[in-house]
Design a protein around this ligand. Structure first.
Ligand code: GTP
Length: 498
């Protein structure tokens, strides 16, 4: 490949080697060079740039006839090398790794006109990433061209790569966003977005691709151009770059390209690097663009250039390497993305699982355990213990004292009853002293009845026996007094002062 461009540079070198280097001579030779470069699809502005560089270097200089060819070659090579260096480099694998370490997917969008080999290139890139152990999901964001979704889906099946798709006519930005959500929820390393092929002159379609880039904000925007289209590809690249400011380019069909001018032109026009060259129709036919290899194929010895061309187009070590990584990553990656649905059904599954589990478990367990245990234990223990102890102690001591003073009556219920009968009745029936008027009247009535019955030693209506404790207390009081009769009556009817 690139044979024509190589011959153009050789013509220029030989021409200078045969003449003295004056401006007029240089102009004539550069004219020949210009024709050769134009035939090799090098863009006019690129040719002008190269000519300027050569003029500055060669006019007015004295160059040895034998070395002139080598000097011109070196100057051309230096100029082109500077162009590539000025465009910078993109190390995709390193960038993906960095984002992966942050827990984020790396997003690449692909753009270009119809038929350049964009869809095939996305499949090649997916295969390349899988071989490097990165998981991939593809967004079928070309919802415009009939058959595009089926085409990319077929590549997905063959490569065992999940393809996120909607219907034709749906919003490509929405498809891209779905793919990003899917990648995030499934921890996919890389998202490849296939956009609709479009002419660079279609403003609506170019606005659409700008929308995709705004919605998902790709880490890398790649222009896919057809090497064979030459200067057309260069003008496409220029227009796409104006709209999208893409970060790099992939040139397809380089295996069939004898000119090679598009690569130099795209780099010069867009100041963006060429990342890969498509060199065939198989998934493996994607080669990293190497500036030195490219320059060597243009300026190196013919034998070396032929060898480089062979290595690039028909690499020998690949067939040995490819069969090994292909079967290994496929079964591992496949089952993960395929059985899982798209991002929408994944989100609602998480929410309902968390809520119902927490609420019902906490409420029923806490309430029934606390309430029944506390209430029954406190109430029965406090009430029965306090009440029986306090009441009997307080009542007998407190009540008699106020009653003595309050219930004094002028009427003596025992009037007419002798002290002896009262004492005898009290002794026989062990009667306690009355504590109020009613008890006194009752006792007096009982005594009268007892007298009327002939003072029996036992009685059917025996008055209720009072606690012995109180009697003992009375007895103690009696013992403490000298006048037993008076004291006893007073002790029996203590409420009487007389
Ligand atoms: N020789 C060769 N053929 C290629 C290369 N890349 C793609 N092709 C072929 O180019 C043709 C078009 O490729 P597609 O991938 O369908 O093109 P596209 O750009 O996706 O087309 P749209 O979907 O219409 O935009 C297919 O036959 C591919 O096999 C390459 O690097 N070398």
């Amino acid at each position: 490949m690139f044979e024509k461009l190589r011959n153009a540079f050789s013509i220029a070198a030989k021409s200078f080697g045969e003449k003295e280097l004056k401006e007029k001579d240089v102009e004539e030779v550069l004219f020949e060079l210009e024709i050769a470069l134009l035939e090799s699809d090098v863009a006019t502005e690129v040719i002008d740039s190269l000519k300027d560089d050569l003029k500055k270097q060669l006019v007015g200089s004295t160059v040895n006839k034998d070395k002139i060819a080598e000097v011109v070659k070196q100057e051309l090579r230096k100029s082109i090398s500077n162009m590539f260096d000025g465009a910078g480099k993109v190390d995709i694998l390193s960038n993906i790794q960095k984002k992966k370490e942050k827990g984020e997917p790396y997003i690449i969008s692909f753009m270009g006109i119809n038929g350049t080999g964009k869809t095939t290139t996305i499949a090649k890139v997916a295969n390349f990433l899988k071989e490097n152990k990165y998981s991939v999901v593809i967004a079928a964001a070309d919802t415009y061209r009939a058959g595009a979704i089926e085409q990319i889906s077929e590549h997905g099946k063959r490569l065992n790569v999940k393809v996120i798709a909607q219907n034709y006519g749906s919003d490509p930005a929405a498809v891209s966003r779905d793919a990003v959500l899917y990648a995030k929820s499934h921890k996919i390393d890389c998202i490849l977005i296939d956009t609709a092929g479009r002419m660079q002159t279609s403003k609506n379609l170019m606005d659409q691709i700008s929308k995709i880039n705004k919605v998902v904000n790709p880490d890398l925007k790649l222009f896919v151009g057809d090497s064979l289209a030459g200067n057309d590809t260069v003008s496409q690249a220029r227009e796409f770059h104006n709209y999208t400011k893409f970060d790099g380019a992939i040139l397809t069909k380089s295996d069939a390209d004898a000119r090679g001018g598009a690569a130099i032109s795209i780099v010069k026009v867009t100041s963006s690097p060429i990342l890969y060259l498509g060199v065939g129709q198989e998934y493996k036919d994607l080669k990293s663009f190497d500036k030195d290899v490219f320059l060597e194929s243009l300026f190196g010895p013919e034998q070396v250039a032929e060898e480089i061309t062979k290595k690039v187009a028909e690499p020998k070590p690949e067939p040995k390497v490819e069969p090994k990584p292909e079967p290994k990553p496929e079964p591992k990656v496949e089952p993960k993305p395929e059985p899982k649905p798209e991002p929408k059904p994944v989100e609602p599954k998480v929410e309902p699982k968390v809520e119902p589990k927490v609420e019902p478990k906490v409420e029923p367990k806490v309430e029934p355990k606390v309430e029944p245990k506390v209430e029954p234990k406190v109430e029965p223990k406090v009430e029965p213990k306090v009440e029986p102890k306090v009441e009997p102690k307080v009542e007998p001591k407190v009540e008699p004292k106020p009653e003595i003073h309050q219930e004094i009556s002028d009427e003596d219920p025992f009037a007419g009853i002798s002290t002896k009968d009262i004492e005898k009745y009290s002794d026989i029936f062990d009667v306690p002293p009355p504590e109020n008027d009613n008890q006194a009247r009752k006792l007096a009535s009982d005594i009268r009845k007892w007298i009327s019955e002939g003072r029996p030693k036992t009685k059917k209506d025996d008055p209720k026996p009072e606690p012995k404790v109180e009697l003992k207390t009375e007895e103690k009081e009696i013992e403490e007094t000298k006048d037993e009769k008076t004291i006893k009556k007073r002790s029996l009817f203590g409420w009487r002062k007389k």
